[in-house]
Design a protein around this ligand. Sequence first.
Ligand code: GTQ
Ligand code: FE2
Length: 361
Amino acid sequence: MASASASKRAESKAPGPKHNIEAMRQAYYERIAKHDMTPLWKVMKNVVTKEPLTRCAPVIWHYDDIKRLVMESGALITAEEAERRVLILENPGMRGESKATNTLFAGVQMILPGEVAPAHRHVSSAIRFVLDGEGAYTAVEGEKAYMSPGDFVITANWAPHDHGNTSHKPMLWLDVLDFPQVNFFETSFAEQFATATQPTSRADGDSLSFYASGVLPDGAPAALNRSPVINYTYARTRPIIERMMKAGDVDKRHGARVRYANPINGGPVLPTMGANLALFPKGFKGEKYRATDGTIFVCAEGEGATTVDGKVLEWGPNDVFVVPPWKHYSHRVGKESVLFSISDRPAQEALGIWREDTPSH
Ligand code: GTQ
Ligand code: FE2
C-alpha cells in the first residue's frame, strides 16, 4: 500500500529506462547507508505489524524438576556466595536472555537453614510467590516478613532487601522481576549494603495490618505508585476467593479472581507488574481469552490444564507456566484449583497500549 504508491511515484519521477530503477535504488540505499540512514519502505515489518509478534513460547516447568534441580544447587554454592541462589526459568524462545516472557524475569530461589542472602537494592522491582518451606523471611524496607506457601511478597524499586532462613527446612520461592523492562530503558542501578542484614523498624505483618484493612494510618500518602504492603499472605487472600466463588462471582474465563491492589489508590501493586489469584470451581471449563500482556502462572492448589495457542499445558501444585502475549488460552480443571498469575499489564496500561480480545463479553 504505502510502499506500492511510493514506488509508483519513484518510477514516474525516475529518469532513464525503467529496468534501471532497481539498480538506481540499490545504489541510493548504499549511498544513504554511509550516512546511517535506511529506507523505511524496505523494513516496514520491523516497526509495524498487523498483530503482535512474539518470540515468547508457551512453556511449563514442572515442580518435581524445579525442586530436584534447585536442591542440587545447595551443595554447589551458598546463598551468600551466589548473592542470590536462583535458577532462572528461561523461555525456550529466548534462551540466553534471562527472560520468562518478553518483559519478565522469573527464577526459583532457595534459602537453606541458617543462610542469609545479603542486603542490596536495585531499580528492578521484585515479587516473590512462596512455593515451599515455612518460616524463612525476607526483610524489605525495615519489615521482616516470615513467609508461608502462597504468600505474595513485594520488593519495590530501590527497596533494600535481604533474605534469611531461621527455620529447619529449605525455603523455595518464585521470583519475578521486571529486569527486561528496566534494561529496555537502560536504567539499571544497584548497590550492596555494608551489613548482610538490614535493621528492622517494624514488626512482621505491620504493613498488611496498617494498610490493607479498610483503614489507613492517619497521614498516609494520597498518592503512591507502589503498594506499601510487603506481604499479602495466602491466609488472608485465599478465603476471599472462596467467598467470591460462593457468591457466584466466577468469571467465565478467569474464575473467581482477585487482583492484588495498592490500598492507597486501588491501582496495581507495582507500576511494572500486576498479580492475581484465581479460584476455579470443580469442573470449570473456561472460555478462550487473549490479551497483550505475557503472563506467568503458578499453580497454588489443585490441578488442571491450560490450552495455549493449541498446546496443552497440564499443571499441578507449584508448576510454573507461561502464556505469551496475544495467544489464545483457556483453563480447565477437574478438582477445585487455584492459580496465581503475574504479568506486565500495569506497564502496558500506563503506556496506553494494553488490549484484550474477549469476543463473548
Ligand atoms: O532476591 O533480591 O531472582 O536481586 C534476582 C535478583 C532475586 C533477590 C532474583 C535479585 C533477587
Ligand atoms: Fe534483589
